[in-house]
Design a protein around this ligand. Structure first.
Ligand code: FAD
Length: 466
């Protein structure tokens, strides 16, 4: 293929690509077999669309498996996609108790693994997507662009073609950094920093027992990890936050709208007040160095004042960010703050919304200038911390309808969640186990009330909390 931009030969070659590759006959490729990727597969299967799900991990929902010990806060009835439910029921599956809060591991064994099994070899494990482009087209070339297939490169070098791409690759594998300004702290990449929500009282216990651990972050992942660490009798715990006090993490205590959230805050506050947990405020992680088996973490605040802590282990509970690098050759129109689409950003921006309510949204809010590419699921929210599986299920129902050409269904978006909220706090308290209740979402859902009500497509100004 010539790189020439003006010659007749080049245009002929492009026409040949468009006609010879028969784009319409190609599968829709779903990237990621998490809850939302598999829900997309269910909708594609129901609509008789050819598809392929590519999953980097060695099992389906590999990211959920990493927080498998954590009990989620939304009961089963909100965690199962409608198309998936129909397919599973037709196969003789017995639905889990709709009011029960599963762990991440139960989400997989009782729902996602049986669902993936229905799709057989249409779900490929150990298959990491490293790049996406359009066949014969780099990002700059326009004429006829939408007529050629997508090109998907895998980590083994294999290349696949697709007529549309539903990117449900999540954000869990790209956590935010320790560094306070969004850049890695100096030396951060050369010391061992643990990902949020380690299984402190289970599989990872040995790493923390008898050690001094620094937890960085002010969300409920941090709170959950701190409470678990406090149960290890001989552990020493330091908790570092950027804010000048921990009020936001403590929440409303006994007066809190969500009792479980209040309980977490109250317990955490009690540990801080008793001295069990040392709280360090105004902490802006600047550098990390190793010294005799320990790590020295230095904070430098915006005025240049430094403080430091010396610890054995560091847990970064600072949230997640999307990785759009695989789509660098596609034409994405990303919100400069969140990294979601621009249309979705005002509906979910945590600077604007203090609650987790999210208006219904679908294909229109998820579209990029690159026709046929959709980032869905938690990746679609970019850095906004309030994503819910139920929201993702509606996203993929809408996107798949559009891909199948059913624009009426695609635009009829609904979020059908009860006024009482998707976070069943009483249940959560009753079922709290091991590491307890957690979202893994920095400043996330349990940090704010979540009265998700049925909302139509009309979002008048995008307000959610009124
Ligand atoms: C601890 C925790 C608790 C949560 N609790 C709740 C809850 O109670 N209720 C709720 O509604 N939401 C909850 N969430 C939020 C959200 O619903 C989950 O994060 C959910 O897993 C998001 O689903 P997803 O399919 O979008 O992404 P993920 O579950 O992250 O799945 C992405 C998949 O893509 C794969 N992948 C990544 N990169 C590639 C690649 N390049 N090529 C191929 N495959 C790739 C990954 O291996 C993974 O399997 C919670 C989140 C966390 C972290």
């Amino acid at each position: 293929m010539s790189d020439s931009c003006c010659g007749t030969t080049a245009s002929l070659e492009l026409e040949q690509i468009a006609t010879s590759s028969a784009t319409g006959a190609l599968p829709v490729v779903v990237i990621g077999a998490g809850p939302v990727g598999l829900a997309a597969a269910a909708h594609l299967a129901e609509r008789g669309q050819d598809f392929l799900v590519l999953e980097a991990g060695e099992q389906v929902a590999a990211s959920v498996a990493r927080w498998g010990h954590v009990r989620v806060f939304s009961p089963w009835k909100f965690n199962i996609d409608a198309a998936a439910r129909r397919l599973l029921k037709a196969d003789g599956w017995s639905e889990p108790d709709p009011e029960w809060l599963p762990t991440g591991a139960e989400l997989i064994t009782d729902y996602l693994a049986p669902l993936a099994k229905l799709f057989g070899d249409k779900v490929r494990l150990h298959t990491k997507v490293t790049a996406i482009s359009r066949l014969g087209y780099d990002r700059v070339r326009t004429n006829g662009r939408e007529d050629v297939p997508f090109l998907i490169r895998l980590d083994g070098g294999e290349e696949l073609r697709a007529r549309a791409i539903i990117d449900a690759s999540g954000t869990y594998v790209t956590p935010n950094v320790l560094g306070a300004s969004g850049l890695p702290a100096h030396g951060e990449n050369s010391v061992e920093v643990d990902h949020a929500l380690p299984d402190v009282l289970g599989a990872d216990r040995e790493r923390y027992e008898g050690r001094h651990t620094l937890v960085v972050g002010a969300g409920h992942s941090a709170a959950t990890t701190l409470l678990a660490l406090a149960e290890l009798e001989d552990s020493q715990i330091t908790w570092a936050i950027r804010a000048t006090d921990a009020g936001r993490t403590y929440g409303g205590g006994g007066a809190d709208a969500l009792p479980a959230r209040g309980a977490i805050g109250t317990r955490l506050r009690a540990h801080v007040d008793s001295g069990r947990i040392t709280l360090v405020t105004g902490f802006f992680a600047h550098s990390v160095t190793r010294s005799g088996g320990q790590a020295i973490v230095v904070s430098r605040d915006p005025s240049g004042v430094e403080q430091s802590v010396t610890v054995d282990r560091i847990v970064a509970a600072t949230g997640y960010r999307p990785d759009h690098s695989i789509a660098a050759e596609l034409r994405l129109d990303l919100d400069p703050i969140l990294g979601s689409t621009r249309q979705l950003a005002p509906l979910i921006d945590p600077n604007q919304h203090s609650c987790g309510t999210v208006p219904a949204h679908g294909v229109d809010e998820l579209s990029h200038p690159e026709q046929g590419y959709y980032a869905v699921g938690v990746k679609s929210y970019g850095r906004a911390p309030t994503f819910l599986m139920a929201t993702g299920y509606e996203q993929v129902r809408s996107v798949v309808a559009a891909v199948a050409g059913d624009w009426e269904a695609a635009r009829d978006v609904q979020l059908d969640l009860p006024e009482t909220g998707v976070c069943s706090s009483n249940l959560a308290e009753a079922q709290e186990q091991r590491v307890g209740l957690a979202t893994g979402i920095s400043g996330g859902l349990l940090a704010t009330p979540l009265p998700l009500a049925t909302v139509g497509a009309s979002t008048d100004g995008g307000g959610c909390c009124g």
